[in-house]
Structures are given as C-alpha cells and as structure tokens.
Design a protein around this ligand. Sequence first.
Ligand code: F6R
Length: 610
Amino acid sequence: MCGIVGFIGKEEAAPILLDGLSRLEYRGYDSAGLAVYGEDNGVRVVKTKGRLQALFDLTQGGATLHGAVGLGHTRWATHGEPSDVNSHPHVSERGRFVVVHNGIIENYAELREFLQRKGVRFASQTDSEVVAQLLEYHYREDFLEAVRKTLGQLRGAYALGILCADAPDKLVAVRKDSPLVLGHGDDFQMLASDVTAVIKYTREVTYLDNGELAIITAQGFQVYDSYFQPVEKERHHVDWEISAAEKGGYEHFMAKEIMEQPEAFRKTVFPRIRDGRVVLDDLCFDRDYLGKLDKIYIIACGSSYHVGMVAKYNFERLLRKPVEVALASEFRYSEPIVTKSTLALVISQSGETIDTLTAMREAKRLGARVLSIVNVVGSSIARESDDVLYTWAGPEIAVATTKAYSTQMALTYLIALYFADLMQTISREEYSEVVSELLLVPTKLEQILAQRDSVQYFASLYFNQPSIFFIGRNIDYAIGLEGSLKLKEISYIHSEAYAAGELKHGTISLIEPGTLVVALASYGPLFEKMMSNIVEVKSRGADVVGLTVESRVEGIHRIADHVMEVPDTHPMLLPSLDVVPLQLFAYYIALQRGCDIDKPRNLAKSVTVE
Ligand code: F6R
C-alpha cells in the first residue's frame, strides 16, 4: 500500500526521496510523486501515474528539483483511479500545504462537501486531498494550530507527512493506524512508512505510536501524543544490513527470499532450542492457564492465515484443545465467541495488516489474551499484543511471502511444543523426536532447493495451463492452500486448493483431459486415501504432479505423471518442506509467463486499508 518518505536536512532532498521510494516499491503502487521546497522556487511538485522510473525520468533522477526538504509518495489507489492528478503529494488550493497520506479518510465525502460549500476547489478525486485543503482552511499563520484543527475533523486511518510553505524548516508527521517511522542522522531527519526507506542513510529510528504526531526539523524532532502533550520516545537501532533489502544477484527478490529460507528457519528456531528443549524466554504461560483455555483462536489474513490452517492440525493433535482459524476480515464482524479463557494467536508478517490489527483489538476487547507472531519489530500488532514472538526472517520485499510464511510456521511448531510440554500432553519420546527433526529442517530445505531445476522443468511443461488444482488431505490440504495462493498471486493462473476427499462433492466436474492437478501426498496416515483420490482425477483425464516424501515416492510414481519429492521428517514438520517446491513451482511458472513477479498486479505488500 502507499509509501511515504520525507527528508529534511542540508543536502538535496529529491534524490534521497527517490531512493527511499524505490525501497518502498515492494509495498505495491500505481503512481508516484515528489514535492520539494527550495528557497528560490518555493514548493515544486512532480507526480505521475505508473512506475517510479517515470518519476525518475521526469525529474532526471531528482536533479531538476532543488531544496533540502521534501516529501515523496507511492500511491496504491483506493479513492479515485490511478492518474497523475490523483497521485500524491496533494497541494492545497493556495499552494501552501503539501500532504502525503497512507490510509483512508473515512469521512472525506462530508469534509469535501463542507469545503466545497466554502468555495474550495478540488483538483483530484482522492480522499487524501481533503487533508491539504482542510489545513489551508484552518490556517491562521500558525502551522501547528492548523494541523491540530484538521486532525480533530479526520476519521479513518492515516499516516501523514505535511509540509507548509510558510514554515519550510519543519515537517509534520502524524500516525493513526498506518505505520510511520522517523530516521535520525547527524544533520538530517527522515520519515517513512518503514525502515527500508531510511536504512541506507541511518540505522537510528523511532517508531511512532498510534495517535502520535512529530515535528521534525533538520536538527531533531519532538513527538506529541494525541492530546498534544510532549512524549519521550525510545530510539531503536536497526541491526540488519542494507544488503538484506537488495537482490544480491538474484533476478527477483522472491527467488532470493525462497533461497534464504534455510537460514531464516535457523535464525528463528535454533536460538530457541537449548539442550533439546524449546525455550521461549519471551513467554510466561503456565499449566494452570493453559489447562483452563476454552479455545485458541488463530487470526490472520492470506498466507499467514494458511499458516494458521496448518497450526490448527498440529495444535489440536498435541494440545487436545479446540482451535478455530479465522480470517481477520471476517472475525471482527462475526460476533466471535471469545472469553477470558480464550487465547488469540495473531499471525502477521508486517504487523500492520489493518484487518488483523482491528480483529486483534476486538479479541482483546472481548477478553482474550493475545500472543502474536510478527516479523517487523516495533510494528503495531507487536506493540499491542500481550506477548509477541518475532520471526527472524529479515526484511521480506517480494509481495508474495515465502520466508515469512516459513518462519511463521516454524514458530507455530515451537509454540505447540512449548504448550504441549507445559500441559503434559506430549510424550517425552515425541517431544525429543520433533526437536531433533526441527534441527534438521534447514539442511533438508537446502537439499530441496538444490534440486530446484526439476521443479523448473515441471513448470516448463505446465506454464500455459488455464487452471491448476491443488489437492491434499489434513496438513497436505492446508499446504495446498498456500501453493495455490502463490500460483494465483504471481502467475495469474486460476487455481483452487481442495481437500482431496471433498473434490467429488462438486469440483471434480471441472477436471477434464489435460487439467493439471498437483496432488500433495506427504502425510503418511492418509497416503492410501490420497492415492485413491489421485486415481479419481487420473481417470477423468487429469495430468497429475504428485508431491510426497522420499519414502513414498515409489507408491505415487505408479499413478502420477510426475513427482516432486522432499526428505522425510516428523509429520508435523512436513509443511516446512512441502511448501518449498510449491513456491518454486509458482515462481518458475510466473517466470515463463513473463510476469512481474515481485510486484504482481493489484497487490500490495502491507495491506493497511480494510
Ligand atoms: C501472500 C501474502 C499475503 C499476506 C497477507 C497478510 O503471499 O503475502 O496473503 O500473507 O496480506 O499479511 P501479513 O502477514 O503482513 O499480515
């Protein structure tokens, strides 16, 4: 979703803003713009529909815009089509206020009408422009007073960057529900939607909390709470390298991130296993609390939801407690049954997905204790949870998640083991076996990745398919959901994931000669049943690519046309291995089809609107 960058200092702002925007491209956008204030020219704005390269060309890499203070923006259209005029920054009618916005101003229509009645003329169809016009309307030679009055009238979610031509020695940043971070240099300050945009210039950052406002000058900054009282903020040091957010020789971020999975898994899991035991220092659950749990609600969206679908099988088997997996966007409006004895497990890579965040708040309001799994340190979900476990996946830039999914999954294993151990619902033997197997997963992932050529070959056979089905049972079904989503997202091929036993209750009518079915058959207890389901689709003419573990390859080879295999492991850990060939399959198909793999159409990385 929209990306914001701001800079105030001594150097030319435009090239820095363009660089920052290029690092936010992964969030998904359809237009981009810059506003720079220079003493000679006042405010100059350049904005355009399309890719950042167009903005780069229009400004000759920023060289045509002079000034040491400015704002940049990448827009993901919500209100008003992608167009030059709807792009940000938006400027008030008299040219005094410049605004970039991420989020949605829910009452924009009534504000717009109000301003139009006062004679204000709007240039765009966006909700965001009302902020710039409202600032101008309230302006009586006091920038901050205008900000205060404007904020008092806004409803919705917003991160704002504001520049006032009458006070060009400062920028104002405001955060409500949409993320914003400040970056601090010796003689400059920055603001951005996330740290990737500032990390090249500084590693010292401050995360704004909900409702906070910051006044930023080249020398420093002051943060205020929603009552405009000054607040002291903790500074954070970002310790990952800029190279983590660069392609490092790979054609796409997605390929790099797929290949990083063994390391990401190691980083997330190994420090949390000591002397054969899972040690989650950050958590303090006890047996009594867990024993009284009435339910575990897993709340998430998209791929994170698919992690929850797998976790349900593992949790229910090991803990013997009911687990409900809810799509965050549905949870909030479904009158969920949550009590003080409910644990909400919230899963989110970005920690900013608005559906997940608001569902989490609802779960908390209803009395649940919230444990979250989050990748982005300091994100809203992390800060508002009762307990948080971080995935140490590093920055994930490709829109389609891979290493974040894998590390989220890894943490669900650790939580399942940690709870089962406390509740004494797991045998010593199984506990030790799973822990030993966990330590082998990264090496097994490396083995799978080393054989990626064979997956590329299968992709070359099927990249022209109009539709692809994924079938599986139990945990295999849950992994199929993720394989199918990956394919849809980046290759634009229609795909469905089905519980294999359910196929004959309707969907099998879509299977015809040549239809590709990817059949997941790695889960041992249901292997025979899966073989029957494969025969069912084969006898309707389907082409079948099977996916199974080494020890069962022979069984499936007799029926399927092609087979992808992964090493054997404990059944509960299978998702970590199985998902990788499916990620590669989607990747290579999209590659063959010439798709924009890292930035698929219509998608955004961090979905900060409902
Ligand atoms: C799919 C994908 C999305 C996200 C979903 C939730 O590849 O990345 O489906 O999983 O938007 O995002 P987070 O995990 O950031 O809450």
